[in-house]
Design a protein around this ligand. Structure first.
Ligand SMILES: [Ca+2]
Ligand SMILES: [Ca+2]
Length: 510
């Protein structure tokens, strides 16, 4: 290339030539090239106004005429011959090169950080120089020595780009006490060339770091205990946590004890690494009573557990039939109770959802419910006691809504002839109307019509719908008082609901 002008010569690798770049042209940009070991000259420029920056110029001679620019406003080039230092840490040589590059790229390997634990020494290294070592010595390995208590090991890091870091880990087995660790990136004290390299470190003050590290035996502290919840009903599942911190450097297996009422009820063994915290969690069901809960010998916390509130019984029992219209309902609880927040929501409704007016009272562990005006005959009622409608003195409520049902007894709603009727026709059919449709019950045959002196009258009976018809065989005796008796179980509904008591009526014939 000779006389080339206004060209860009970028990212070439020119090694072991007579000339790297030889040109008399002007206004060329020469950047990011690696030019090494040219016999005559790495760069030979006889033209002016060329921009030369970001190149790696290794082992060679150079010739420039005036008017060439050997750096831009940011960087210049890497020159293997350069022996200036970087004392302000900007990654560039502090003084211009022999050829006038104002911002020569330099290499500066530095020990950035070193941590020492009982099991390893970890060292972080970085190239602080703006020169990219992977362009200068792509496969190069750069020596780092780690001396621990006089025992030195040799390590190597790869070629690093500007700002790039690499970590070296040296496994060790250190005991408690003070340890002296010295990390060195070796270099020639005269030339500042890195060990076994023709690459100069432009800042040697960061090539060495000494760490005096005292490794402390494992020391365990317990903290931040939590116990939740602090009260509730049995079985109460209580969660206990504690943070176990090892402020020492050595790992330790710690036995953690869960102590309830002074007795060890559970234990866990946890490994707590040096300088770390482990949270241990226990879970335990607690029963009725107040319990002291703690871990190891920490200050105990009291947890109060109440017995749950339950319904022990309901009278009449769930599903009871033939309940008297004035029957008081008694619900018995496992504990004495008070009005709860939903006390007003205690209801008795028909199966079709119509609310029945009721009175409620609480005595001890019993809730009593009485109907206003009696239970309507032959109706299925559903009692609902919401979870929060009653509570114990400790505020414990039911765990779920309670409900139960019963069916009130069927009843005679009308009788013809009316009770006590006189001058009744001797051929009169007695018609007894019930609240519900009926069938013959177990005591159907015990339905009787007797005279007041106890003489049984022969009758015939039949049922149609909700009516019972009773006819005399022949006719009723004249001027006689008759007593009609329908035993409690003489008739029933299809579900087996019967009357609450025997039914009686009287009439007197004409
Ligand atoms: Ca500098
Ligand atoms: Ca250095």
């Amino acid at each position: 290339m000779n006389g080339a002008a206004f060209n860009s010569i970028i990212d070439n690798n020119m090694t072991d030539n007579n000339f790297g770049i030889y040109n008399y042209g002007v206004n060329n940009t020469i950047t990011a090239n690696r030019i090494a070991n040219s016999i005559c000259s790495n760069i030979y420029l006889t033209g002016s106004d060329n921009s030369i920056y970001g190149n790696y110029l290794i082992n060679g001679l150079y010739s420039f005429v005036a008017g060439n620019r050997l750096n831009n406003t940011e960087i210049g080039n890497y020159w293997s011959y350069y022996s200036g230092n970087d004392t302000n840490g900007d990654g560039l040589g502090d003084v211009p090169t022999t050829h006038g590059d104002q911002r020569p790229l330099i290499v500066d390997l530095a020990v950035i950080d070193a941590t020492v634990t009982p099991t390893n020494i970890q060292v972080i290294l970085r190239n602080n120089g703006r020169a990219n070592l992977t362009r200068i010595d792509p496969t190069g390995q750069f020596m780092v020595k780690i001396n621990c208590d006089g025992n030195e090991t040799v390590h190597y890091i790869n070629a690093l780009n500007y700002g790039e870091t690499q970590t070296i880990t040296r496994p060790v087995g250190l005991g408690p006490g003070i340890h002296v660790v010295n990390i060195t990136i070796p270099y020639n004290g005269t030339t500042q060339l890195l060990e076994d390299k023709n690459i100069r470190d432009a800042c040697i003050s960061n090539n060495n770091r000494t760490v005096n590290r005292e490794l402390i035996p494992a020391t365990i502290n317990y903290g931040n205990p939590t116990v939740t919840p602090l009260n509730g009903t049995e079985p109460l599942n209580v969660t206990v946590t504690v943070e176990i911190t090892n402020i020492g450097d050595f790992s330790k297996d710690e036995i953690v004890l869960l102590v309830v009422d002074g007795a060890i009820v559970d234990q866990k063994t946890v490994e707590v690494a040096g300088q770390s915290t482990v949270t241990v969690t226990f879970s335990i069901p607690l029963h009725n009573g107040t319990h002291s809960v703690t871990v190891n010998n920490m200050t105990p916390v009291n947890v109060t557990v109440f017995k749950p509130l339950r319904v022990l019984s309901v009278d009449p029992a769930n599903g009871t039939l033939s309940v008297s219209p004035t029957r008081k309902i008694a619900i018995t609880f496992s504990e004495n109770i008070l009005n709860g927040t939903a006390y007003d929501k205690i209801t008795v409704k028909t199966s079709s959802g119509v609310s029945k007016k009721i009175y409620k009272t609480i005595t001890g562990n019993r809730l009593y419910i009485t109907p206003v005006g009696g239970w309507s005959p032959g109706v299925r009622y559903i009692i609902t006691v919401p979870r929060n409608s009653v509570k114990t003195v400790n505020g414990v409520t039911l765990t779920s809504d309670f409900s139960s049902s019963f069916t009130s007894a069927i009843a005679v709603t009308y009788i013809d002839p009316k009770y006590g009727a006189t001058r009744v026709s001797r051929t009169k059919t007695i018609i007894i109307t019930f609240s519900n449709s009926i069938l013959a019950g177990p005591a159907y045959s015990k339905i009787t019509v007797k005279t007041s002196t106890g003489r049984l009258k022969s009758i015939s009976k039949r049922i149609i719908g909700n009516r019972l018809y009773i006819k005399p065989v022949g006719s009723w005796r004249a001027r006689t008082k008759y007593i009609v008796t329908v035993p409690r179980t003489a008739v029933k509904t299809s579900t087996g609901n019967m009357m609450a008591a025997d039914f009686k009526s009287v009439f007197t014939t004409i």
